[in-house]
Design a protein around this ligand. Structure first.
Ligand SMILES: C[C@H](O)CC(=O)SCCNC(=O)CCNC(=O)[C@H](O)C(C)(C)COP(=O)(O)OP(=O)(O)OC[C@H]1O[C@@H](n2cnc3c(N)ncnc32)[C@H](O)[C@@H]1OP(=O)(O)O
Length: 718
């Protein structure tokens, strides 16, 4: 079956309106492109057609090239046949003008089509951008050449390197669109504009040949070199941003046709790169997280969530409140006394102010959002809440008491959610008789900034509650993953062996700072020791206790944090943890660490393995992350996680695993199950349970299957 098409309607005034139709985002599939070529050919041939308007069906111009189709392009395609032969030589150089009528999205190839047109009319809410770099590629239909010529070099670089789209009004200000009109007037204005070009009442611009917005050569070089430095600072491991800058430079120095050809050739190479494959996998994996097989088929509609109550205004509670009010939900924040309540509200204010400082919120919006928050000291107003999120410390009896109170005070449909990061939900709800309304809503710190929401359901949680929480995630623009109930749930449980191995390696002679360095070089934002400082040793000890109780056979019992706590080192908050922190919270290594490490090593009374301290960086990464893969296999087998791609998204958005490696399971599949199994088996012979390969992994190693392939026998508990 064809994936989309275009249609052409020739109006009485002589304008052919060509409409791209490929729901839901009018992606440019190979079928759409072939149809577009046919319809353009017809419009250019017909003598009753004076001009062309290009638009997208159902209020969306186009979400760009079909990301599914990268691997499906004909192998022997002539380089530049689409970008140069069709779009430049036929459409842009045509004897009839084209005007793009843009509503909704014009992204990637969508915007590139629009820029080939001789003018652009958009709605104010339209979103125009070139986000290709997020997929590990560069624009391939002339975007690197036309965007700088339309909006100027600095703005084009910002839009490309940051994958930052412009709204219609801003796009108009920067010259990317020529007029902003309402959706009702879009087609008629675009048609009039096209006819006025024919009648010489409007300029007939060919974007590719404009030079009026390009800086002089000397200035161009300065701007591009600065952009190179910035791109490297942002991620030293990624080459494609640098390729993008080189391609822009080629077009400015050697002319736009040379730029187009370089764009085509470099684009082809980047499309085949592992980085692009990984990032494309993440794109689809992220969209798949809210498709819950046995719930989506029920056809339930989410109930309206208007007001959310939060119990606890600490770091997590205030972060959650910020995330909710920033997205226009009413919030009641409860604390135990005035002092704590004031502190909680001040934290929310500080969070919002940081958004204002970063230009992500206006001052007026700050006041509006803050007015959605009210603080309380009792449960009286909880009757009005549609959802409650408990965000107090990890103390089971306190949580049990709170949930029993919530059952008393909240209405009988209210969702009772906990933000616990480790404690079993059955235990939390033990003193209630409403387990069907209890779920986990696990946010990651800082809750207003981190993009993931882990939704936990027990076998008693109702499907409606899951649907409602998925909708809350959408409302507050977080990516949800729905997981089953167990100690640590999916995200933290998957990564608990990572921390265990880190302490194990230190006891066996590796340096704390070297381990952190290797992990950040691999692409994670911070190593396990810097992270422990950030989270605080109190939290680290509390969660370790939970893991020790639940999974004793695969825990490594290091005393290091305990030893440091006894000397009042608690992490970043006390300015002393594994690192020392100055007034600006800048971390530096502490020579005194050796003292604690020596003590930990002597308490561990282990027999040193002379090979371990000599591990290469790659071996350290494998030794720390293969046990994570092993735990992920358990999560899949137990049905705690539904699919490997959910764990990829969770690892990236919850733990900062580098997205350009595709997430932890996608990365693991690049080694193959057998390699990982053999390595773990080898280590487990010397170092025991922490490395013992799990059955799911060994089966896949034996059968030569990928880790992402759905398990045949794994019964989902979800
Ligand atoms: C040659 C060129 O230079 C190369 C390119 O053009 S590469 C593509 C560049 N374009 C992009 O990166 C845009 C990608 N898309 C998006 O950012 C967002 O989907 C959007 C802003 C267009 C819409 O967002 P939203 O309304 O939240 O819908 P979203 O859930 O993301 O997408 C809806 C569906 O369209 C699919 N989709 C979106 N863009 C797509 C694309 N370019 N290709 C294929 N499928 C796409 C999604 O996978 C999803 O499918 P599903 O319903 O089966 O899960």
């Amino acid at each position: 079956m064809a994936r989309g098409s275009t249609s052409v309607e020739v109006r009485r005034d002589g304008v052919a309106v060509i409409t791209v139709s490929n729901p839901p985002v009018n992606a440019l599939s190979l079928d759409v492109i072939a149809s577009l070529q046919r319809d353009y050919g017809e419009a250019l041939r017909r003598s009753d057609v004076k001009a062309i308007v290009l638009t997208g069906a159902k209020g969306r111009f186009s979400g760009g090239f079909d990301i599914n189709a990268f691997d499906k392009k004909p192998k022997n395609e002539k380089p530049g046949y689409l970008s140069i032969d069709f779009l430049t030589d036929i459409v842009e150089d045509a004897p009839k003008p084209s005007v793009a009528a843009i509503d909704g999205v014009a992204l990637g190839g969508g915007l590139e089509l629009a820029m080939v047109c001789h003018a652009r009319v958009s709605t104010s809410s339209a979103q125009l951008g070139l986000p290709e770099l997020q997929l590990g590629i560069i624009p391939g239909l002339g975007g690197t050449q036309r965007l700088p010529r339309l909006v100027g070099l600095p703005k084009a670089l910002e839009m490309l390197l940051m994958s930052k789209p412009l709204k219609g009004v801003e796009a108009h200000k920067f010259g990317l669109v020529d007029a902003v009109v309402s959706a009702d007037e879009l087609i008629s204005t675009a048609c009039s504009w096209a006819l006025e070009i024919v009648e010489d009442k409007r300029p007939w611009f060919r974007s590719l040949h404009r030079t009026d917005r390009l800086p002089a050569l000397e200035e161009t070089k300065k701007i591009l070199n600065f952009a190179r430095v910035q791109a490297q600072k942002q991620s030293a491991s990624l080459q494609h941003p640098l390729v993008c800058i080189d391609v822009i430079e080629e077009g400015i120095i050697s002319g736009p046709r040379a730029g187009l050809m370089k764009e085509t050739l470099c684009g082809k190479m980047l499309e085949m790169s592992q980085i692009s494959k990984s990032l494309r996998h993440v794109f689809f994996a992220q969209r798949a997280t809210s498709k819950i097989p046995n719930i989506s088929i029920l056809g339930l509609t989410p109930r309206r969530i208007h007001k959310v109550a939060i119990v606890g205004g600490g770091l997590m509670g205030s972060g959650i409140a910020t995330a909710l009010i920033s997205n226009n939900l009413l919030v009641i924040l409860k604390e135990v006394n005035e002092q704590f309540l004031d502190a909680g509200i001040s934290r929310v204010k500080a969070n919002l102010q940081s958004l204002v400082k970063r230009g992500q919120m206006t001052k007026e919006d700050y006041e509006n959002k803050l007015s959605l928050l009210s603080g309380v000291l009792d449960y009286e107003q909880f009757r009005e809440a549609d959802v409650v999120i408990e965000a107090v410390i990890e103390d089971l009896s306190l949580k049990q008491k709170i949930f029993a109170d919530l059952e008393k005070y909240c209405h009988s449909n209210c969702i009772l959610a906990t933000n616990t990061s480790t404690i079993d939900l059955h235990l939390i709800g033990q003193k209630t008789s409403c387990q069907d309304r209890i779920a986990g809503a696990h946010f990651f710190s800082p809750a207003h900034a981190m993009p993931l929401l882990e939704i936990i359901r027990t076998h008693r949680t109702s499907s409606q509650v899951v649907i409602d929480l998925l909708n809350v995630a959408k409302q507050i623009r977080k990516t949800p993953i729905v997981v089953g109930n167990c100690t640590g749930f999916a995200v933290n449980r998957m990564f608990f062996p990572f921390t265990q191995v880190a302490y194990f390696l230190v006891d066996y002679g590796l340096d704390v700072y070297h381990i952190d360095h290797v992990i950040t070089k691999f692409g994670m934002p911070m190593g396990p020791f810097r992270l422990a400082d950030l989270v605080g040793f109190g939290v680290a000890i509390a969660s370790r206790k939970q893991y020790l109780q639940s999974y004793p056979e695969r825990c490594y019992k290091s005393m290091l944090i305990q030893i440091m706590l006894e000397e009042n080192r608690t992490g970043e908050s006390s300015r002393k943890g594994f690192y020392l922190y100055d007034d600006k919270r800048k971390a530096s290594p502490d020579p005194e660490m050796n003292k604690y490490i020596e003590k930990s090593r002597s308490m561990a009374s282990i027999v040193q393995d002379p090979k371990l301290p000599k591990l290469t960086d790659d071996e350290i990464v494998e030794m720390m992350l293969f046990p994570v893969v092993n735990e992920a296999c358990r999560l899949l087998d137990e049905g705690v996680a539904m699919k490997a791609s959910d764990l990829d998204v969770a690892s990236i958005m919850g733990r900062g695993f580098p997205s350009y490696r595709g997430g932890v399971m996608f990365w693991a599949d690049s080694f193959g199950a057998k390699y990982i199994y053999d390595r773990l088996k080898d280590w487990s012979k010397y170092h025991g349970g922490i490395f013992e390969p799990y059955e799911y992994l060994s089966t896949r190693a034996r059968q030569g299957l990928s880790l992402a392939a759905m398990a045949d026998g794994a019964m989902s508990r979800l």
